[in-house]
Design a protein around this ligand. Structure first.
Ligand code: NAD
Length: 485
């Protein structure tokens, strides 16, 4: 994609199954590999939200009723998304920065999520069926869902919300990050061909549009993925109207590497668990605690991989790590690394911005650093990894847990039983052994402890968060008149 305002015509919001009516002002979207304006996206205003949410509210009346049609529509949506893969992938790389092949995987996973939820049964649960009573639990949709997403995985994180919300019978208004609105708008246009009008509405606009969505009276639930700071604002706003929330927030995910590990066999996995998507993954390894007996070897093994990783424009063949998505995030990473180096840490490799256009930072491994350094204690969300030494397992558990965050964690050891026992002591929503974030899949619950969130996404547990329990209580079946069910 080249910089042009034509995209404003191509990528209009989808409301009520069609382009949003009327002229909209626009805002620039930057290509992070070049640092230049890529396109202009339309800006929906707070006042226009009545039209947007009104569309979702009208569509809800029919959509909630016919479960087989909903499931069929989600399957058609998966097919449509896959058919649009070649159209969506270059837009995603251009606005997000990730390599083309990673952008392709994001679309593939999104289709998988749609199919998974289309196929997922939502059985009624008969709790009592005896001589005294018959009681069944029914899961009813909530109504309109306001879905708000961040810039690191605009499509797949949107699908984590859209697929279960629609499957359960809700309708959705989705707003992507203003850093990455284009692919989501394009996806909205693709999916409106297979979903009834108003079921999925996709809008864009700079903040405070997100805050206006959470304050709007129509949505009954806010499903939010983003930073902890914004998540707290969302929770406050939703509380005023008792809207349900699911909050998937920040993390400072530790990997604990025990003394008996074979460094060579895990170095690749550990490196990519920290540096995938250029470190811009909520569940990326953000700090490694390495036992003193393996620490030096591990530092060298990871540094070697950081030295040879290919960084560049995600459209170029062979590139493994793209730019940071935006200048603000580049400044955060740069500031945290600078702070660590100023306090005596050693950059075994990297440590600096990459000169030239775009928001590039050298893949960085930091040594001679410990808890208390900001890059160990805070979420860096970028390609810089501190490796901290430890000697005692009990002590490392309390150091790993000394964080407001609790998203994911991992334990690495030749002794899986022992590692699993250590895993259970860590404050995190999911902990993997000899892998990191292995449980972040469509059919297991994913959510953070402490400041990393409220509620879960994925699997039947995630589906249930888009429903309200209703108990239907009737006289016992034996007492019903002849011929009734
Ligand atoms: P962010 O909180 O700045 O923005 C997220 C979204 O919220 C954007 O769409 C933004 O426009 C919107 N927003 C901003 N202010 C708002 C408000 N007051 N009310 C409602 N919406 C508002 O986050 P970001 O910088 O886009 O994303 C990076 C953060 O997201 C990191 O902290 C990362 O860990 C987190 N994240 C978490 C998960 C997870 O599943 N736990 C996944 C991906 C990213």
């Amino acid at each position: 994609m080249t910089a042009t305002t034509d995209h404003a015509q191509l990528l209009l919001p989808t409301v009520d199954g069609a382009d949003f009516p009327g002229e909209l002002p626009d805002f620039p979207v930057i290509n992070p590999a070049h640092g230049e304006v890529l396109a202009h996206a339309p800006s929906v205003s707070d006042r226009q939200l009545d039209v947007v949410f009104g569309s979702a509210e009208r569509a809800y009346q029919d959509w909630r009723i016919d479960e087989p049609s909903r499931r069929a529509a989600l399957r058609s949506a998966a097919d449509a998304l896959e058919a649009a893969r070649d159209e969506l992938v270059p837009i995603l790389t251009a606005e997000q920065g990730k390599p083309l092949q990673d952008a392709g995987l994001e679309i593939d996973f999104s289709a998988l999520w749609l199919r998974y939820f289309a196929d997922l049964e939502m059985p009624r649960e008969v709790v009592f069926d005896d001589d005294s009573r018959y009681a069944v639990i029914v899961r009813r949709p909530l109504g309109v869902v306001a879905a708000i997403t961040p810039w690191n995985f605009p499509i797949s994180l949107a699908m984590w919300k859209i697929a279960p919300a629609l499957r359960a019978g809700n309708t959705v208004v989705l707003k992507p990050s203003p850093y990455t609105p284009l692919t989501t708008l394009a996806m909205g246009r693709v999916l409106r061909n297979v979903l009834p009008a108003g079921v999925l509405n996709v809008i864009s606009g700079p903040d405070p549009l997100g805050a206006a969505m959470t304050a709007h009276p129509i949505p009954r639930k806010v499903s939010f993925t983003g930073s902890t700071a914004t998540g707290k604002s969302v929770a406050q706003s939703a509380a005023l109207d008792l809207k349900r929330v699911t909050l998937e927030l920040g993390g400072n995910d530790p990997a604990v590497v025990l003394a008996d590990i074979d460094v060579d066999s895990v170095a690749d996995k550990l490196f990519w668990s920290a540096f995938g998507n250029n470190g811009q993954i909520c569940v990326a390894v953000k700090r490694i605690y390495a036992h003193e007996s393996v620490h030096d070897n591990l530092v060298e093994a990871l540094a070697e991989r950081a030295r040879t990783a290919r960084v560049g424009d995600g459209t170029q063949p062979g590139v493994q790590l793209g730019p940071l998505n935006n200048k603000k995030q580049l400044d955060i990473v740069s500031g945290l690394v600078g702070d660590a180096l100023g306090a005596g840490a050693r950059a075994v490799v990297g440590g600096r911005l990459i000169e030239g256009p775009g928001y590039f930072f050298q893949p960085t491994i930091l040594d001679q650093i410990t808890d208390g350094a900001r890059i160990v204690d805070e979420e860096q969300f970028g390609p810089a990894l501190p490796i901290v030494r430890f000697s005692d397992v009990r002590e490392v558990v309390s150091r790993a847990n000394a964080s407001h965050y609790g998203l994911t964690a991992s334990v690495w050891s030749a002794d899986v039983e022992h590692a699993a026992a250590v895993a259970e002591q860590l404050d995190a929503g999911s902990v993997s052994v000899n892998a990191h974030a292995a449980a972040v899949v469509q059919d297991l619950p994913f959510g953070g402890h402490k400041w990393s969130g409220i509620g879960v996404e994925n699997g039947p547990w995630g589906l249930h968060e888009y429903t309200a329990i209703q108990v239907i209580h009737t006289p016992p079946r034996g007492e019903r008149p002849e011929g009734s069910a």
